[in-house]
Design a protein around this ligand. Structure first.
Ligand code: 5GP
Length: 216
C-alpha cells in the first residue's frame, strides 16, 4: 500500500460575512476569530463617519472625507458600499482579493445592505447573522459603550428591529448572549465551512484515483 498522503489543498480563501444590529458585538467576535484561528483576516472598511474616542485610523476603519469616498466608488475600489445611519461605509476590494488568492479567509463585519450586495456577487460567501439576546440587552450595550450620543443610540435602536428581519437571508444565526459561547459557535462554523467539498481542491486525489483505476 502506498504511504503517500491524500492530496487535498484549500481553494481560495473563504468569505465570511457577519451582520448584526449595531451594539450586538460583531466586531469583537470577528477580532476574536482572527486571534483564535490561523489564516483569517478581518477586513478594515472605509467610512465617512467620524472616529470614536478609542478608534484608530487604519485599524478600526480607514476614516475618509466624503469626496475621497465618492472618488473610490467611481474607481470601483469597493466590493460593496452602503449608506448607514447617514454615513458611508465600504469594503475595499484589493486586500480582500489578495488575501483570498493566498488562501486566507476574510471576515467582513458589514450591514445587511452590504451583505445583500455580497450575496448577489459572491454566491460562495457564508452569511452569519448575530442576534442580541433581547432588545433591552441591546439598549444596555449601546448605552454602556458610551461612544454615541443618546440621539444616535435611539436611531440605532429604532433601526435594529427593521434590520433583524434580514436574518432570513443568512445561512447561520448566532444569539450573542455570552461572548465565549458565541465565539465557540462562530469558530465551529468557520472550521466546518473550510471542510466543505467545494472549498477544497481535490484534483490531486482525482488524479490518484484515476491512476489506480487505469492500473487495475
Ligand atoms: P459603526 O458606525 O457602529 O461602526 O457601524 C455601523 C454599521 O455599519 C454596522 O452595522 C457595521 O457593520 C456597518 N459597516 C461597517 N463597515 C461596513 C462596510 O464596509 N460596508 C457596509 N455595508 N456596512 C459596514
Amino acid at each position: 500500500m502506498s504511504n503517500r498522503g491524500i492530496p487535498c489543498l484549500r481553494r481560495r480563501g473563504a468569505l465570511f460575512v457577519v451582520s448584526a444590529p449595531s451594539g450586538t458585538g460583531k466586531t469583537s467576535l470577528c477580532q476574536e476569530m482572527v486571534s483564535r484561528l490561523p489564516c483569517v483576516r478581518h477586513s478594515v472598511s472605509y467610512t465617512t463617519r467620524p472616529a470614536r474616542a478609542a478608534e484608530v485610523n487604519g485599524r478600526d476603519y480607514h476614516f475618509v472625507e466624503h469626496a475621497a469616498f465618492k472618488s473610490m466608488i467611481q474607481q470601483g475600489a469597493f466590493l460593496e458600499w452602503a449608506e448607514v445611519y447617514g454615513q458611508f461605509y465600504g469594503t475595499p476590494v484589493a486586500p480582500l482579493r489578495q488575501w483570498r488568492d493566498e488562501g486566507i479567509d476574510v471576515m467582513l463585519d458589514i450591514d445587511t445592505q452590504g451583505a445583500a450586495q455580497i450575496r448577489a456577487h459572491e454566491p460562495d460567501a457564508v452569511l452569519i447573522y448575530l442576534l442580541p439576546p433581547s432588545w433591552d440587552v441591546l439598549r444596555e450595550r449601546l448605552e454602556q459603550r458610551g461612544s454615541d450620543p443618546p440621539r444616535e443610540i435611539a436611531k440605532r435602536l429604532a433601526k435594529a428591529k427593521e434590520e433583524v428581519k434580514h436574518y432570513r437571508y443568512y445561512k447561520y444565526v448566532i444569539i450573542n448572549d455570552d461572548f465565549k459561547s458565541s465565539a465557540g459557535q462562530l469558530e465551529a462554523i468557520i472550521v466546518a465551512e473550510r471542510c466543505r467539498t467545494a472549498m477544497l481542491d481535490l484534483s490531486g486525489l482525482e488524479m490518484m484515483l484515476s491512476q489506480k483505476e487505469e492500473s487495475c
